[in-house]
Each structure stands twice: as structure tokens, then as C-alpha cells.
Design a protein around this ligand. Structure first.
Ligand code: GAR
Length: 202
């Protein structure tokens, strides 16, 4: 068995952060093997990106499950059958319970499109984060990659990067700048850091 950390990437949508991870294989990412892409949405374009990159995929939709416990049991079964050791949330829009996150201490990382602790927590996801930053009038935003614990967006920060807000920005324009200048760079770097810590027995 390879000594790389067997990693699952959880997605729900377009998967541009997944693509950044795929493209970083062999350069920034040396310690992780992208072994599974798990989507909460059967129509996610991220699944196509995974297939094109030759990565195994699974779909577990919350709507198909009668309870949160069943949703997480199904996810856990997909992870267990592939020997997954680390999870990267890359635009995963379903909630994971404290029961689930407690089973993966310092083994789940998440990318969030703001400088935590601003514009984060319950209800702040995707474009909403950028809408809130523009509505507040901040001049600098950015992205954060952090460990996931039972507090939404509350786990220990791994990496952060600031991005300027410019006059005339729309949420869509800002989202793209934050992705290009921060998320797609930080996420592979943070994945490598987190996997390195696992291999060092941290
Ligand atoms: C990204 O901007 C990611 O940071 C955000 O959703 C987008 C997914 O895009 N995640 C959150 O808001 C989590 N709270 P992608 O599917 O193209 O990677």
C-alpha cells in the first residue's frame, strides 16, 4: 500500500477547488492520494471532473436519506470501503453533525471564501459570503482553510490569504477573484500540510 494519505474530497457543485487539487497532484500535493470524490448532488459538475481525472466517485444525497444519521452512515460506509484517512470539504454544501466530525479529529479540512472569523458560520456559504462582504463594505476579504470541528467554520486555521475588494465588484466577480487569488492556491497547500501532519503521527 502507498504511504500517501488516502483522501476523499467532498463536493456539491462546480468543483473548481477539486480541479485545483487534481492539478496540484505531483507538484504541491505529494502526500495525499485523491482516492474518492463524494458528492451530495448527483448533478454536480465536480463528478465529471473526478471521472476525467480517473478518480473513484460516490453520490450520497441527504434527500435520499430519512435522517442525518442515515446520511452519515452511508457516507461512512463509502469512506470505510476505500480506507479513507482524510477528508477535504471543497464546496460541500451539506451539514455534517458533531457526531461525524468528532470521529475525524484534525482529519477534515474545509475551504471557506472569507477571512474567518468574518462572514462565516451558519448560513454563510457560496455567493452569500461575498454578498455579505460587499454589503458590509469591507475593503479586504479572502479565503481560509481550516480544520473542521463541531462549530461551523470554527476549527483551527491552517492557512489564510487576503484578497482586495475593488470598486464595482459584484458577488460573482468577487467570488472569482477570491477563488483565483486565494482558494485554488491555499487548498492544495493546506491539504499537503494536513496530510504531512497525519504521516508524522500528529
Ligand atoms: C467555493 O468558493 C468554496 O469556498 C465555497 O463554495 C465554493 C465552491 O466552489 N464553500 C463554502 O462556502 C463553504 N462554507 P467549487 O465547487 O467551484 O469549488
Amino acid at each position: 500500500m502507498s504511504d500517501k494519505v488516502r483522501t476523499a474530497v467532498f463536493v456539491s457543485g462546480g468543483g473548481t477547488n477539486l480541479q485545483a487539487l487534481i492539478d496540484a497532484r505531483g507538484s504541491v500535493i505529494k502526500s495525499c492520494e485523491l482516492s474518492l470524490v463524494l458528492s451530495s448532488n448527483p448533478g454536480a459538475f465536480a463528478l465529471k471532473r473526478a471521472e476525467a481525472a480517473g478518480i473513484d466517485t460516490a453520490v450520497v444525497s441527504r434527500r435520499d436519506c430519512s435522517s442525518q444519521a442515515e446520511f452519515e452512515e452511508r457516507i461512512s460506509a463509502e469512506l470505510a470501503s476505500r480506507g479513507i484517512e482524510m477528508i477535504i470539504l471543497a464546496g460541500f454544501m451539506s451539514i455534517l453533525s458533531a457526531d461525524f466530525t468528532a470521529k475525524w479529529p484534525l482529519r477534515i479540512i474545509n475551504v471557506h471564501p472569507s477571512l474567518i472569523p468574518s462572514f462565516c458560520g451558519k448560513g454563510f456559504y457560496g455567493l452569500r459570503v461575498h454578498e455579505a462582504a460587499l454589503a458590509y463594505g469591507v475593503k479586504v476579504t479572502g479565503a481560509t482553510v481550516h480544520y473542521v470541528n463541531e462549530i461551523p467554520d470554527g476549527g483551527r486555521i491552517i492557512l489564510q490569504k487576503a484578497v482586495e475588494i475593488l470598486d464595482g465588484d459584484t458577488p460573482e466577480v468577487l467570488q472569482k477573484r477570491v477563488m483565483e487569488q486565494a482558494e485554488w492556491i491555499l487548498l492544495p497547500e493546506a491539504a499537503e500540510i494536513a496530510a504531512g501532519r497525519i504521516r508524522n503521527g500528529d
